[in-house]
Design a protein around this ligand. Structure first.
Ligand SMILES: CC(C)(COP(=O)(O)OP(=O)(O)OC[C@H]1O[C@@H](n2cnc3c(N)ncnc32)[C@H](O)[C@@H]1OP(=O)(O)O)[C@@H](O)C(=O)NCCC(=O)NCCS
Length: 210
């Protein structure tokens, strides 16, 4: 790819772009909870702008020609949410719940419970990739791979020996992860999670950093 990619820490001014990158093509789980694609976009934007998805201080943006086109959120082992972050998340999910009403709130709770069954525990000590997304118009040009490589550099600099992430069993992104040295260490399938989301289950993928 001829374009020059630059990477930088996300800032408050990026919130709208973060919301667009994560929610213009909303994750299927969000669509399942919100009820339809359009509502998923709206609810997602509210949640992101309220600071509850992709914490800015742990998110790196990728710019091309001054425009933010992708992002990666990583969580160093041992980092726990601050009180302010928990309050911000509760408010954001409250705002989202108001938009999807009581049936949506019930779907959200059922989804959270099912999701906890399909997410295998993260290996302790690993540098965790919580979000990776590229604007749909910029996909398949190596930006996702470059964001992963960038995160790996930070993981190594911080002294981590391993990276980890979760992804849907049928997400094509798993090929990108494999190509970048991640291997599946656990697959969890769940019939009620699949009924709810259309996704059979989730993979835990790990990369050892020598
Ligand atoms: C996953 C994602 C970040 C990859 O970004 P990208 O800039 O396209 O990645 P790259 O160009 O470096 O690599 C492309 C690879 O992504 C994989 N891929 C992921 N989603 C894909 C899709 N919907 N269609 C085709 N390929 C996809 C392919 O394996 C492709 O590899 P290939 O070249 O061997 O076919 C991007 O597709 C995206 O934002 N998807 C939606 C959000 C998401 O699913 N994130 C992962 C959550 S775990």
């Amino acid at each position: 790819m001829g374009d020059t990619l630059t990477f930088r820490q996300a800032a408050a001014a990026d919130l709208d772009r973060v919301a667009a990158i994560l929610c213009d093509d909303p994750p299927r789980e969000l669509v399942a909870v919100a009820g339809d694609v359009e509502r998923a976009r709206r609810v997602g934007r509210v949640i992101v702008r309220a600071g509850a998805m992709a914490q800015l201080d742990s998110t790196v943006m990728c710019d091309v020609g001054g425009d933010a086109v992708g992002l990666i959120e990583t969580i160093a082992h041992g980092r726990t949410l601050t009180r302010a972050e928990v309050v911000r998340m509760a408010r954001a999910f409250g705002g989202g719940a108001l938009m999807i009403g009581l049936p949506g709130a019930i779907r959200f709770v059922r989804w959270r419970i099912a999701r906890s069954r399909v997410d295998a525990p993260r290996p302790s000590g690993s540098y965790y990739v919580a979000e990776l997304a590229v604007d749909a118009r910029w996909r398949n040009r190596g930006i996702g791979g470059a964001l992963l490589a960038q995160a790996e550099g930070r993981a190594r600099a911080l002294g981590h020996r391993q990276m980890s992430l979760h992804t849907a069993t049928d997400n094509p992104a798993r090929h990108l992860y494999r190509r970048n040295g991640f291997r599946v260490t656990e697959t969890r399938l769940d019939a009620s999670y699949e009924r709810m989301t259309g996704i059979p289950g989730r993979l835990l993928m790990v990369k050892d950093l020598e």
